[in-house]
Write a protein that binds this ligand. Structure first.
Ligand SMILES: [Zn+2]
Length: 270
């Protein structure tokens, strides 16, 4: 996705047929998962649905790229059940292998992240199978979504929960395995520096249990990481933006750099 928070897909390739405009006054209260029974691209889905009287809102490719084919505000024809179509978002997933069907790790990761992003955006609550996330087979007789409702379901839903917690600032009761979280710390730090996580309490809430780790990485990136020594100037700018809070908090977070950074802040503000 270009932006998980605003649900901006990597590719927008909107269908002109085989969906229904609007939602007939109904609201979105669930997500329905599908598999391609094949390894399709976003374009591949688009072509298929030119002739086949079917559609879904999103397709997740095996490499993790996500395409939007029907706007969320319109009704896609995917669940085989009109009531379910009117009240759901349909997500298709490419299979990286058949017999047995299986989706790739990247597809699983980004599909689950999309589920989380939709749950946050439409206020559906934490992703939960059978409550706000369903397989296609719940609504009509089909094998779809194959492994996503089978031996990949637990992993898929665990990642959906993980991403929901990241995005909503939930603090999960159980601690998460360190490896997947660590892998994202760097990207999260970059996003923080770009300003996507706000400041102070907002940032703390939105980063949830990753806050300390990410903030440490942000500090490294803005300061001590480079061989030329801490970037006092960048730190001073961050302080002025409010990234380091005030008083004792600022002092604690800047540690040994406090005096140098504060002097630079005073210069900049004078
Ligand atoms: Zn399906």
């Amino acid at each position: 996705m270009k932006n998980w928070n605003s649900l901006d897909a990597d590719i927008n390739l909107l269908l002109e047929c085989h969906y229904t405009k609007g939602r007939q006054g109904r609201t979105i209260d669930k997500i329905v998962l599908h598999h391609n029974a094949g390894n399709l691209s976003v374009r591949g889905c688009f072509e298929t649905w030119q002739t086949r009287q079917a559609s879904a809102h999103y397709q997740v490719q095996s490499g993790g790229i996500i395409g939007q084919l029907v706007w969320d505000g319109d009704t896609a024809w995917h669940a085989g059940n009109w009531e379910a179509n009117l009240t759901s978002i349909g997500i298709e997933h490419a299979d990286v292998s058949s017999s047995p069907w299986r989706i790739s790790q990247a597809c699983l990761e980004n599909g689950a992240h999309l589920v989380a992003a939709l749950c946050v955006y439409y206020k559906l609550g934490r992703p939960e199978w059978g409550k706000n996330v369903y397989g296609h087979s719940h609504f009509s007789p089909t094998e779809c979504p194959a492994s996503i409702a089978g031996n990949q379901r637990a992993a898929y839903m665990a990642r959906a929960g993980f991403w929901y917690d990241q995005m909503s600032g939930n603090r999960p009761a159980a601690s998460k395995p360190a490896a997947p979280a660590t892998a994202n710390i760097d990207a999260l730090a970059d996003a923080v520096i770009r300003g996507e996580y706000g400041n102070g309490d907002t940032r703390r809430a939105r980063l949830g249990n990753l806050y300390e780790q990410v903030q440490r990485r942000v500090n490294e990136k803005l300061g001590a990481g480079s061989s030329s020594g801490p970037n006092i100037d960048a730190l001073a700018d961050a302080v002025i933006r409010g990234d380091y809070g005030n008083g004792d908090e600022r002092r604690r977070r800047l540690g040994g750099l406090y005096d140098a950074v504060q002097a630079r802040v005073n210069q900049k503000l004078s």
